[in-house]
Design a binder for this molecule. Structure first.
Ligand code: BDP
Length: 698
C-alpha cells in the first residue's frame, strides 16, 4: 500500500466564522485542531476530499482508506455471491500485532470511501462511537442505486416552488449561462453536503423544461457543473422538453417514431456524452399540465420513453419518465396516472424508470400512497418526494417531512401479498429492477442557510439518509440531524426531536385534516382558499373539486359508490378504504363524502371532529413556540431568533388556516363551533381579503 502522510493542523477559522448563519448545515465539526495520520492506497480527487474531510473533523486514531476490488469468493449465508453496491463501505478497527492500531475504511470505489468517511464523522458528531474502539466494525450499503435531487430551477435563475432564493445553478442571463468562481465554490459545497448523506445525482433544471436546455451553451454549462460535482460522487441529469427537436432543432415534428426525430435525439445524446461521459440521463415531464409529449402525435408514454432510452442506452444513461399526468376532464384526477400507465406495463425499455409521486394527486400534506406503485409489475418504478415545502408551509413553517416519507415507504401495497411495502416494490426486491432510484424535489437556493429555514435543512438531510437506507427511523434521523446541526445535549435533542416528529401532523391538522386535500390558494399554494373560484380555470385546479362541501356534507366520494378509486388498491386495502367504518380517519374525506353530523368512532360528529383537528393544529404550533423559547441557552443568538421568528409566523398562519377553513365550512354545516374550540377573531370576508406576503424572509 502506498503510504502518504497528511499533516492535519487544520484551519477552522473559515468554517467557524460562518458557522452560525446556518451555511455549514449539519457539517459543523468541533473546533479543536488535531493531527491524525491518514494513509491511502489510491490517489484521486475523491480520495483527497475524503482525506480533507477527516482533517476537518476526525479526532480519533489513525485512518487508512483502502479502495479494493470485492473479494469474488465472498459468499453470503445462502451460498450466493453477494452483489455489493459500488457505494458500499466497511469501517473497522485494525488491531493486528504487527501494525499500528488504526481504523480502516474500505470500499470498491472512491465514492464509497467518501461515504464511509462521512459515516465515521457522523457517528463521532452524534456521540455514537463506542468509548473503546478496539473491536469496532460497521458495514453499510445503500438501498437505492440512484439517489437524486430534482431541482425545479429555471434557466433564468428563478426556482419553481423554491423558497430559499435564486437557483444555485443558473443566473438571470438566459442568453448565455455564466458562472463565477463563487458559483463553483457553492456547487462544491453543495456536492459535499450531498455526499455527506449519500445523494449521488442531481437534475439541474426544472421538469417544466425549456427546449433551450439542450442547446450548446447550456450543455457546456452542465458540463461545468458536472466537473465540480464529480469528485463528490455525483452525476448530473437534465430535464428535457419533449418538443425540443421541433422547437430547438427546427424539425417539422417531434413525433418519437419519426426517423429524423430519433436521429436528432441520438446526435444530442452523443454530443452530451462527448462532454460529460458519466452523464446520468433525462428526466421527462410529458403530456402533463400543458407540456408536450408523445400523445400529441398519437403515441404512448412508452413510445416516447423508449425512443429516449434507446439513444441513452449505449452510453449507460437512464430515462426517468414521470407518472404525474392528469387530463382536464371530469374524471377523478386521483385515478388517472394508474389508468394511463397500467395498460403500458411491460412495454418500457430496461433503462426507463417510471417516476411516481408519493400520492396520487400532488404532494399534499397527507395522501394515501399512489396505487400505481402496487400495480406495475413489469415496469421499473421509483418514488418522487417533494423536499421543498410547496404544500407544507414553504420556508416559513417548521415541518419535518421524514415521518411522511416513512409513512409512504412503509405503506403496504399488498402487491405480492403482505409485506410488499413501497420500499420493497421500488428497491427491486419484489420484482427485479435493473435500476433502482429515488428522487426528491430540492429545497436548495442561494440563501445563506441554503433552505430558507434552518429546520428545512433537516428535510434535505433526511431525504438523503432515507434514500441511502429507507428502513431508517425518522426519529433517529431527526436526532442525528439535531445533534450535528445544534448540539448533543440530551434535553435539547429530546425536546427539538419531539417538535420535529409532531410537526407534519400539526400541519395536516391546521391545513387539511381527516383526508381533506388541495384547499390551497390559487397558484402560490401557501394559505387557505377553500372558496377559490377562478373564471375559466380547470375544475381540478380549484379546491371545491376536492372538498365538495355543501349542505349535505363534505369529502370526495372515491368509494365503490363514487369514482371507485378504491378499486385501484389491492385487498385488503380496497375494502378497508371502501367501507366508511374501516377507512382510517386520516383518509376519511379522501375516500368518502359524509354528512356533517356523521358519527365518528369516538362518538362526536364529523363537524366537531373537524373543528377539533383544526384547533389542535394551532395548539401544537403554539406549543413549539413555548418549547423553543425554553431552549435559548443551547442555541447561538442568530439561529435562535431565526427559528423563533419563523415559529411566530407559523402560529399566526396556522390560526389563519383554522379560522378561514372553519368559517368557510360552517356556512354549509350550519353548526356551532364546539365550546372548547377557540373563536375566530375575524369574519370570513376579512379572511378572504388576506393577501399572501411573498418575501420568503419574515
Ligand atoms: C405541482 C407544482 C408545479 C409542478 C408540478 C409537477 O405546483 O409547479 O410543475 O407539480 O410536479 O405540484 O410537475
Amino acid at each position: 500500500m502506498r503510504k502518504a502522510f497528511f499533516t492535519l493542523a487544520f484551519l477552522f477559522s473559515v468554517l467557524c466564522a460562518k458557522a452560525e448563519d446556518g451555511h455549514s448545515l449539519w457539517l459543523r465539526y468541533n473546533q479543536d485542531v488535531r493531527h491524525v495520520d491518514i494513509t491511502v492506497n489510491r490517489d484521486s480527487r475523491t480520495i483527497n476530499l475524503a482525506v480533507e474531510e477527516l482533517q476537518k473533523g476526525w479526532k480519533g486514531m489513525p485512518v487508512s482508506l483502502v479502495v479494493a476490488k470485492p473479494n469474488k469468493k465472498q459468499k453470503s449465508k445462502n451460498g450466493k455471491v453477494q452483489q455489493l453496491s459500488p457505494d458500499a463501505f466497511t469501517i473497522e478497527t485494525v488491531n493486528k500485532a504487527k501494525q499500528e492500531k488504526h481504523i480502516k475504511i474500505s470500499s470498491q470505489t472512491d465514492a464509497g470511501i467518501l461515504y464511509g468517511v462521512f459515516h465515521l464523522l457522523r457517528l463521532q458528531q452524534t456521540g455514537k462511537l463506542p468509548a473503546d474502539m478496539s473491536w469496532f466494525k460497521v458495514s453499510e450499503s445503500p438501498v437505492y442505486q440512484h439517489r437524486i435531487l430534482n431541482h425545479w430551477d429555471n434557466l433564468d435563475g428563478t426556482v419553481e416552488r423554491g423558497y430559499a432564493g435564486h437557483s444555485i445553478f443558473w443566473h438571470d442571463n438566459e442568453a448565455e449561462p455564466t458562472f463565477t468562481d463563487d458559483d463553483a465554490k457553492l456547487w462544491a459545497e453543495y456536492g459535499r453536503a450531498n455526499a455527506s448523506v449519500g445523494i449521488n445525482g442531481t437534475v439541474v433544471n426544472n421538469v417544466n423544461a425549456s427546449p433551450k436546455m439542450l442547446s450548446k451553451p447550456y450543455i457546456d454549462h452542465v458540463c461545468k457543473i458536472a466537473d465540480v460535482l464529480r469528485p463528490y460522487g455525483m452525476k448530473v441529469y437534465i430535464s428535457i422538453n419533449f418538443s425540443s427537436p421541433k422547437e430547438l432543432g427546427g424539425l417539422p415534428t417531434s413525433d418519437p417514431l419519426n426517423a429524423d426525430v430519433k436521429k436528432w435525439w441520438k446526435k444530442k445524446a452523443d454530443e452530451i456524452y462527448k462532454l460529460i461521459p458519466d452523464f446520468g440521463g433525462f428526466l421527462v415531464k410529458a403530456n402533463s399540465e400543458g407540456l408536450p409529449g408523445p400523445q400529441d402525435f398519437g403515441r404512448t408514454h412508452a413510445d416516447g420513453a423508449n425512443m429516449l432510452a434507446d439513444v441513452l442506452k449505449p452510453h449507460g444513461g437512464i430515462v426517468m419518465w414521470r407518472a404525474f399526468v392528469y387530463k382536464s376532464d371530469d374524471s377523478d384526477r386521483a385515478k388517472q396516472a394508474y389508468q394511463e400507465f397500467m395498460p403500458l406495463d411491460g412495454q418500457f425499455r430496461d433503462n426507463v424508470i417510471i417516476q411516481i409521486k408519493n400520492g396520487p394527486i400532488d404532494f399534499q400534506p397527507r395522501e394515501p400512497f399512489s396505487p400505481l406503485f402496487g400495480a406495475l409489475k413489469k415496469t421499473q418504478t421509483m418514488i418522487e418526494f417533494q423536499i421543498t415545502q410547496e404544500y407544507l408551509g414553504h420556508s416559513f413553517q417548521l415541518c419535518y417531512l421524514a415521518p411522511m416519507w416513512q409513512e409512504c415507504l412503509m405503506s403496504d401495497t399488498y402487491q405480492k401479498g403482505e409485506g410488499t411495502t413501497i420500499a420493497r416494490v421500488t428497491d427491486g426486491k419484489t420484482y427485479p429492477q435493473k435500476y433502482t432510484a429515488i428522487a426528491g424535489v430540492a429545497n436548495v437556493g442561494r440563501d445563506t442557510n441554503w433552505c430558507g429555514h434552518i429546520f428545512a435543512q433537516s428535510n434535505w438531510y433526511a431525504f438523503g439518509r432515507l434514500a441511502w437506507n429507507c428502513n431508517l427511523d425518522s426519529k433517529d434521523i431527526a436526532e442525528e440531524w439535531i445533534a450535528q446541526t445544534f448540539c448533543t445535549d440530551k434535553e435539547f435533542v429530546q425536546k427539538v426531536e419531539s417538535i420535529m416528529m409532531d410537526s407534519r401532523e400539526a400541519v395536516v391538522n391546521y391545513m387539511m385534516p381527516l383526508g381533506l386535500h388541495h384547499l390551497f390558494a390559487w397558484t402560490h399554494h401557501y394559505g387557505p382558499e377553500p372558496w377559490c373560484e377562478i373564471p375559466g380555470a380547470r375544475a381540478d385546479w380549484l379546491p371545491s373539486y376536492y372538498h365538495k362541501a355543501s349542505e349535505d356534507g363534505i369529502g370526495f366520494d372515491r368509494s365503490s359508490k363514487g369514482t371507485n378509486a378504491v378499486s385501484q388498491y389491492h385487498e385488503p386495502l380496497s375494502t378497508q378504504f371502501d367501507n366508511v367504518s374501516t377507512c382510517p380517519d386520516e383518509y376519511l374525506l379522501w375516500f368518502h363524502h359524509l354528512p356533517w353530523d356523521y358519527k365518528m368512532q369516538n362518538g362526536e360528529t364529523l363537524w366537531s371532529a373537524l373543528c377539533h383537528k383544526y384547533d389542535k393544529g394551532v395548539k401544537q404550533v403554539r406549543n413549539y413556540q413555548v418549547v423553543w423559547d425554553g431552549l435559548e441557552k443551547y442555541v447561538d443568538t442568530d439561529r435562535f431568533k431565526h427559528v423563533q421568528s419563523k415559529l411566530r409566523r407559523q402560529a399566526h398562519d396556522a390560526v389563519w388556516w383554522r379560522d378561514a377553513c372553519l368559517l368557510y365550512f360552517q356556512q354549509y354545516s350550519k353548526m356551532p363551533l364546539p365550546s372548547d374550540v377557540e373563536r375566530p377573531v375575524k369574519d370570513l370576508d376579512e379572511y378572504k381579503q388576506i393577501k399572501f406576503r411573498w418575501s420568503h424572509h419574515n
